[in-house]
Design a binder for this molecule. Sequence first.
Ligand code: SF4
Length: 410
Amino acid sequence: MSRATPVLSTRRQTRQVMVGAIPVGGGAPISVQSMTTTKTADVDGTLAQIYALYGAGADIVRCTCNEEEAAEGLAQIVPRSPVPLVADVHFHVEMALAALEAGVACLRLNPGNLRKPEEIKLVAAEARDRGVPIRIGVNAGSLHPDLYKKYGGATPEALVESAKAELAYFAEVGFEDVKISVKASNVPLMIAAYRMLAEQVDHPLHLGVTEAGPPPAGLVKATAGIGTLLAEGIGDTIRYSLTADPVEEARAGRQLLEALGLRERKGLDLIACPSCGRAEVDVIGVANAAQEALDALNLPLQVAVMGCVVNGPGEAREADLGIAAGKHKGHLFIKGKVVRVVPEEAMVAELVAEAEKLVKEGIEARLAAAEQGAEAEAEADRRALLEDRGVDANRSQERIEAIRRRVGGS
Ligand code: SF4
């Protein structure tokens, strides 16, 4: 019997902008972004990082354009990049114009620090003429001082007003090719600002929790903010802002979309039980070893590592492939069906070998190649373990009798 997949909220309808060949909004797949940490003037170093981000799942990459050398670097990087590039511009209108000249696919402007209306309109007009979109990147930490004063701080209303003021300048020169972000490091503030903005404009939204910090706390904060909004149908492109190698940002973005069913799985999804007193092996050690070995192969599989054969194969029956530990053995299972029983020390190696065969030959073929008697041997192990652990260690029967005597005697 197949179970229906729970559905997230319907995605918000937006207009679409094209960042190079990547559509953003208008029903397009949600894209993942990250940002390079190299000096943009270092062409080879930046390109190497862009390729690493692309490999980890980034669809769009942003580079800073903070000085003339950076703009010159962009002119060399753009034609060699595997993904469209966004130039990040703060304070200097000349850098925005230089980045457009370098051929970037999008600009990010911060209304908090590029404030002169005539300069904003100049950039918008130039972007309009070149057919290049702009992201209005509002940031709670660098909000326009007038708005900060008006609202007494960086409130959702202040962030939204900042974005809409910039939109109004753009509209004056007939430029509407815009996506917007209203980021904050405070997760509830960020969520409230995006919800409010989503009700007032039809532009695609770029989601992010800014300055989320190092993992794991940074990952948790970013996932809480971005994931909440995506589940509500809000958001068209996402970026994790982590104090870490940006490859982690791209990977996290891709993994979040895969976890929400918003992107087709391309890589490994390793699930593992949290372990408990029933575990027959060091689940953490086995899971880490399996993750390391399988990550290197980059196979599009869901693989389970379970600590015991009593509950493992059943609980992980949706996984493509899995291994469960029992009495110095490993039960290798495909879609919950045990196909082989292997020695404990060979668990990881057998799991990896089977993963490769599964991808090459398919599930049906590998189920058909199951070792004869594997299910029966597994069932015997399961029963033996249940009997071992079936001892009433908690003396529950004795306790129940005592309770009955107490209650009966009162
Ligand atoms: S699979 Fe077994 S070891 Fe892992 S948490 Fe469940 S009962 Fe415990």
